[in-house]
Design a binder for this molecule. Structure first.
Ligand SMILES: [Cu+2]
Length: 229
């Protein structure tokens, strides 16, 4: 896990897309640390080396220094160009939609609750009162999420996906992820990340990632409970 994720106490990434996002984030982070350290060293050097001494005149004054100016123009341009290219390539990869995923989950957001529908199996999960709904997903699978809002703008955010997407009423959205071999329970993973009214802060959900056969059992159990009710 990267340094910033460690500091922020985030769940580790659970999708290959999240790994890519975190990889890009780490490049920015460590480059920024490197540049800041380099500048700090230069500033300290100048402060000490050229500090005013008793009786000193001003040091020799120069108007320009072509090699230095070229260096501090070209090097940052190269860095920014590289970051731009890395970002564009990664964003395009992350935005790729899987039209034939292992699982489709329809996410419906409304003030102030989440509903998760599994259209292939007719299963539906919705939160009730104080209880957060649980989004159950199979490990080692591709999942496409279809997002819609019934009222205002919400934002579907699973921190372990390192990804969030606004859900705008009247404008359904989609995104795909490849979930890795990361079966586990992530109780604080799901959040609405767009202020959507009074109870926005309680608009959360839990995430549980199950092994393939456990997921099939869970679906069967939900179907049985659904047909009883
Ligand atoms: Cu919301």
């Amino acid at each position: 896990m990267s340094l910033d994720a460690l500091l922020a106490g985030l769940d580790p990434p659970v999708t290959s897309q999240a790994d890519e996002t975190e990889w890009v984030w780490d490049i920015y982070l460590y480059l920024a640390i490197g540049v800041a350290a380099f500048i700090a060293v230069l500033v300290l050097y100048v402060i000490i080396r050229f500090r005013r001494r008793d009786g000193d005149e001003l040091p020799p004054q120069k108007q320009y220094n072509v090699p230095v100016e070229l260096a501090y123009t070209i090097i940052p341009l190269l860095i920014i160009g590289a970051l731009f290219a890395i970002t564009v390539v990664t964003v395009q990869a992350i935005e790729e939609i899987d039209d034939d995923p292992d699982l489709v989950v329809e996410v419906t957001a409304a003030q102030w609750q989440w509903q998760f529908d599994y259209p292939d199996s007719g299963v539906s999960v919705i939160g009730s009162g104080e209880e957060f709904p649980e989004l159950v997903l199979p490990a080692n699978s591709s999942v496409t999420f279809e997002l819609q809002s019934l009222d205002v703008i919400h934002s579907f955010w699973i921190t372990a996906f390192r990804f969030k997407r606004d859900i705008i009423p009247g404008s359904p959205g989609r995104f795909s992820v490849d979930i890795e071999d990361v079966a586990g329970y992530y109780p604080n993973a799901g959040v609405c990340a767009e202020y959507c009214g009074l109870a926005h802060g309680t608009m959360r959900f839990e995430v549980r990632i199950l092994e393939t056969d456990e997921f099939a059992d869970w679906i069967a159990q939900q179907q049985a409970e659904g047909s009883q009710g």
